[in-house]
Ligand binder design. Structure first.
Ligand SMILES: Cc1cc2nc3c(=O)[nH]c(=O)nc-3n(C[C@H](O)[C@H](O)[C@H](O)COP(=O)(O)OP(=O)(O)OC[C@H]3O[C@@H](n4cnc5c(N)ncnc54)[C@H](O)[C@@H]3O)c2cc1C
Length: 490
């Protein structure tokens, strides 16, 4: 099957009008925010009216990583999260998490209104459904009743899709994530926040009361550092791989008969999540499915084929995305290792439009010493009860399994003859021959933790099967924890 599509997200057609410079001198700042996705820009926004000198650096262009590939829902109905939190923690945790998500939605609404941001923010109904005869929504409904959430029940979605069971609420939203964060960046810049693109931080050391953060050519000295970089590369010994795993999903956008005002998500495998979007010329349904632990399914041809099989439509856009799933279903937002000057925000369990927005407020409150009722809930240093983590053995072994698998068989049976592997001068290299017969050569080792890479022939990227780093065909790092390229030099 030949797939010829726009292999990019529906949001990425929207181009920002402003570019930001690359840092070319040493600077000193009060706060350094590393990462220009929804998290980093939300932190910057909430610090913009403080007296602190704030600087945000992004290793590529703003918003091009996970934030550009989301489905863009702002909802507090998140599959069966409240019953999961109730079992893992308790009902108070479910309650507080619910409040946090409602607050996050209100936060975005207030910002959009105050800053007059045009980001297609639209109020929609939000559905949770099941089609699985063996799966009941009753537990989630029961908890929602205890939490005083007024939902309605149905077995037909507004687009007339029939489902076994569903419930929905009215007060949730969808938006265009890139229009939102690009506007945040402009507001921040007007308020004197320094924003640098194409500026990556490669090391952070603490000296006296200051963090020394290095780019390949400059130094930034900062009193506070915020790691808003999705996969926190700089975190030893936070033991991130033991507390989380990476989930990958596949998404398509195809023409719809109308812009239905609802979003939906199911609660069983294969995962299905949908919403609609109109770009004024055309209505689209955005359809996500086939979510899996990154480490277990590496055949991207097969993974994308399953997505297309699932909907059997002719998509205009096709892409994949990854998010960090935590062992106890709660994000990590707050200060690290009780260092009140180093902050982290990640592990959003695929709900980073709300949690990333909220992280902006929580971290800015921590820096400004303003009490915030969610700091304890999301504290990254909290103890996780590993005895209760249902898939803990999988989390524990999946990275190691993936590492070993990547070393044993580099030449996958599903590759076309255009993908080759060689050993040159003692170095493992990989070659992709494009449609013009041009060879693109890269080193075949992920600079992060040395896994061998897998070629994704659908999106034309070299992907790390262990922790999600991705590189383009010429070896430039485009996503994930690797801070270095894999460009081959003779
Ligand atoms: C398939 C899928 C669908 C989703 N749909 C939804 C949804 O509908 N609603 C919802 O709430 N959430 C959703 N999410 C989750 C959400 O998209 C993410 O949680 C969120 O975008 C993460 O934002 P971020 O800013 O933390 O990360 P990113 O957007 O990845 O931003 C991090 C930035 O840091 C930069 N960076 C990394 N390292 C460095 C460095 N060393 N120096 C400088 N910069 C660096 C990166 O280049 C990147 O731009 C979805 C996730 C997935 C996988």
């Amino acid at each position: 099957m030949v797939i010829q599509l726009k292999n990019k997200s529906i949001w990425s057609d929207f181009k920002k009008t402003k570019n930001y410079p690359k840092l070319d001198n040493d600077i000193t700042t009060d706060v350094l925010i590393i990462g220009g996705g929804i998290t980093g820009l939300s932190v910057a926004y909430h610090l913009a009216n403080s007296n602190l000198k704030v600087c945000l650096v992004e290793k590529n262009k703003l918003g091009q990583a996970v934030t550009s590939k989301t489905t863009g829902k702002l909802t507090y109905l998140q599959e069966n999260i409240y019953s999961k939190l109730n079992v893992f923690h308790n009902i108070d945790t479910s309650k507080l998490y619910l409040e946090s998500q409602v607050d996050a939605i209100n936060l975005v609404k207030e910002i959009v209104e105050k800053e007059k941001i045009n980001c297609d923010l639209e109020k929609v109904q939000s559905y949770v459904f099941t089609n699985d005869e063996n799966y009941s929504l009753d537990k989630e409904k029961e908890i929602l009743k205890q939490l005083n959430i007024k939902f309605k029940e149905t077995n037909v979605l507004p687009n007339k899709d029939k489902v076994k069971d569903a419930f929905y609420v009215e007060d949730t939203y969808v938006f265009h994530p890139l229009k939102y964060i690009y506007s945040l960046a402009e507001v921040c810049q007007k308020k004197k926040i320094a924003i640098y693109e194409n500026t990556k931080i490669v090391s952070i050391e603490k000296e006296d009361n200051c963090h020394i953060c290095e780019t390949p050519s400059n130094i930034i000295k900062a009193k506070y550092v915020v790691l808003a970089l999705h996969y926190p590369y700089f975190l030893s010994p936070f033991w991130m791989p033991l507390k989380s795993y990476i989930e990958k999903s596949y998404i398509e956008a195809f023409e719809a008969d109308k812009n239905y005002v609802f979003s939906s998500i199911n609660t069983y495998q294969p995962s299905i999540s949908t919403r609609y979007h109109s770009d004024n010329n055309k209505n689209y349904q955005i359809y996500l499915t086939n979510s899996h632990n990154l480490c277990v399914k590496n055949n991207e041809k097969e993974n994308f084929k399953n997505l297309r099989k699932a909907k059997n439509a002719n998509p205009d856009y096709l892409w994949s995305n990854m998010d960090i799933m935590t062992a106890d279903f709660l994000p990590f937002i707050g200060s690290l290792k009780n260092d009140k000057t180093l902050f982290l925000a990640t592990g959003y369990n695929t709900w980073g439009m709300t949690n990333g927005s909220l992280a902006g407020k929580i971290i800015s409150d921590l820096i400004l010493r303003i009490p915030n009722k969610y700091t304890k809930l999301f504290n990254p240093n909290r103890k996780i009860n590993f005895g209760k983590v249902v898939n803990f053995p999988v989390i524990l072994t999946s990275n190691a399994y993936s590492f070993l698998k990547s070393k044993i068989s580099k030449q996958k049976p599903w590759y076309s003859p255009n993908v080759k592997f060689e050993n040159r001068n003692g170095k493992e290299i990989a070659i992709y021959i494009d449609e013009n017969k041009k060879e693109h050569i890269v080193y075949n080792i992920c600079p992060h933790l040395k896994c061998s890479l897998i070629f994704n022939e659908v999106e034309k990227t070299w992907d790390c099967p262990c922790h999600g780093s991705r590189f383009d065909i010429d070896g430039n790092s485009i996503e994930g924890p690797s801070n270095y390229n894999i460009t081959y030099k003779e």
